[in-house]
Design a protein around this ligand. Structure first.
Ligand SMILES: Cc1cc2nc3c(=O)[nH]c(=O)nc-3n(C[C@H](O)[C@H](O)[C@H](O)COP(=O)(O)OP(=O)(O)OC[C@H]3O[C@@H](n4cnc5c(N)ncnc54)[C@H](O)[C@@H]3O)c2cc1C
Length: 466
């Protein structure tokens, strides 16, 4: 630490214009070999230096975009061989947009079954075209692949725990990123506090983001998600060959849904809630009971839990530091989906930095706000708000959930839902069909309002507020 401060005082970088240095790179270059010392410094005639904290889909995608653009990129990840608790469902468009090989995909789901509080089932999938499916993968596989691609592009992976940032005192100061190196960090002493002087920082360190705290980005509320990975006997696994299940009901989640998602040799069974966090184990027991005989005889091979952000952070760009993925709060409330948005925001932010650097040789807060934040909000804010609204209408009561399942049986609803989910664009409807759908929605809600109370009464669930 003392050594790093000494470096800063004597660094030619501290006396430069706001990040204005001789621009040496306009095409992809590999950074110089990794130095032996724990403090990484660069010469004044150098490319822009960026630290990406967190090597999940957001951080790995940001690091890849930066490295491909010739930025000297450091990717700090505390657990490169770990696995993020996650259902692992991604939209189909992510495979092509992120050039993911099909070998990463464990299962191709063509039947998504939604089960209502009274166990009425609606099977999504009739409207799928022949090549369409929901890819299911394991996060340890996806994240390792994305990180490897980032390092192949020239980013340097620093296995270690990010601890804090010393913020710049002026526009021309670098950020000093502190971290504790893990044993596998090349050229460093494991457990030694290390520091990295960089020009820009991307916080991709998930829902408990320390980067967000370090830059005073403000708080957001989180839900909690709990998941068990259960290895089923062969007959049980073959049932889930191309099938995923979503269970709705106050018993399994008072505000979201529970799931059974298939993986290579196991199923992920989980639930999430923001309304009843202390009850998460009770809710998990309920989804296991609902899935019942379908998961009987299974062996629990992993139990995992993690917070899920519910809204974007109050500030996602502060100075030359930007938040992406869960750290920024990019998870849709209705579906708890965040993998695609993490990777997309990481890439978008990385590309915004590269563009500013190439075009003007300088990266400022205004660049990040315009080329990353504004672009993101233009593309996705409407979609997030719409999904928020759906969550409020359909997940707030068992009556709403019954209506949801009734609507899910509708072929037009299925087509529109899949279009939006698989391709991440608000599907363009036909106004006559939309009008018909509006009527059917009202009809379902009215019918379910009557039926939902009855179902609750009969099942003795009735704890929710419908
Ligand atoms: C149980 C559960 C099920 C889910 N299911 C789905 C699903 O099916 N589909 C979907 O799209 N989304 C799902 N999500 C949401 C999805 O997991 C997240 O939105 C996504 O992981 C966000 O990616 P990220 O890269 O922003 O953050 P993360 O994946 O959380 O990655 C953050 C990375 O930062 C690292 N890190 C954190 N702190 C530090 C530190 N101090 N120093 C160094 N490294 C650090 C972590 O080790 C991690 O690798 C689920 C979430 C949960 C909890």
């Amino acid at each position: 630490m003392a050594a790093s401060c000494h470096y800063l005082l004597s660094s030619p970088f501290t006396s430069g214009l706001p990040l204005k240095t001789t621009r040496t790179t306009t095409t992809k270059t590999r950074p110089p070999p990794f130095p032996k010392a724990p403090i990484i410094i660069a010469s004044s005639a150098r490319p822009l230096r960026a630290a990406v904290i967190g090597g999940g889909p957001a951080g790995a995608s940001a690091a890849e975009a930066l490295a491909l653009g010739g930025i000297e990129t450091y990717l700090i990840e505390r657990a490169p061989s770990g696995s993020k608790p996650c259902g692992g469902a991604i939209p189909l468009c992510m495979l092509s947009e992120f050039d993911l090989p099909s070998s990463l995909v464990d299962r191709r789901v063509t039947r998504m079954r939604v089960l209502s509080p009274s166990n009425r089932a609606a099977d999504f999938g009739r409207s799928l075209r022949p090549h369409e499916h929901i890819p299911m993968l394991r996060r340890e596989v996806l994240d390792a692949f994305l990180r490897r691609r980032a390092t192949d592009a020239g980013a340097r992976l620093l296995p270690g725990l990010f601890t804090s940032i010393r913020l710049p005192l002026s526009d021309s100061d670098p950020y000093l990123v502190h971290y504790t190196a893990s044993p596998s960090t090349p050229g460093s002493l494991a457990g030694t506090p290390s520091a990295l002087a960089v020009d820009v920082v991307i916080g991709a360190d998930g829902a408990n983001s320390r980067v967000a705290r370090s830059i005073s980005a403000g708080d957001y509320t989180t839900a909690i998600a709990f998941q068990e990975r259960i290895r089923l006997p062969p007959a049980g696994m073959s049932r889930y060959e191309d099938l995923a299940e979503m269970y709705v009901g106050a018993d399994v989640s008072p505000d979201f849904y529970a799931w059974v998602f298939p993986k290579c040799d196991h199923v992920a069974v989980g639930t999430g809630t923001s309304a009843a966090k202390p009850d998460i184990k009770r809710l998990q027991a309920a989804i296991r009971a609902r899935a019942g005989p379908k998961i009987a005889g299974g062996e629990v091979i992993r139990v995992e839990a993690h917070p899920i952000p519910e809204h974007p952070r109050p500030r996602r760009v502060v100075g030359r530091a930007a938040l992406v993925g869960d750290a920024a709060g990019y998870v849709t409330r209705c579906s708890g989906e965040g993998i695609y948005f993490a990777a997309k925001s990481g890439r978008m932010c990385g590309e915004a930095i590269v563009r500013a650097w190439k075009e003007r040789g300088v990266v400022t807060e205004a660049d990040l706000k315009t080329a990353y934040l504004r672009k993101w909000d233009e593309e996705y804010r409407g979609m997030f708000r719409f999904l928020d609204l759906l969550q409020q209408v359909f997940y707030g009561s068992n009556a709403g959930r019954e209506a949801l399942v009734e609507l899910c049986a509708d072929e037009y609803v299925q087509r529109m839902t899949f279009e939006s989910y698989l391709y991440k664009r608000m599907a363009r409807g036909d106004w006559r069909k939309d009008l018909g759908l509006a009527w059917r929605t009202i009809g379902s809600l009215v019918r379910a309002g009557v039926m939902g109370w009855e179902v609750d009464r009969l099942k003795g669930i009735g704890a929710d507020s419908s």
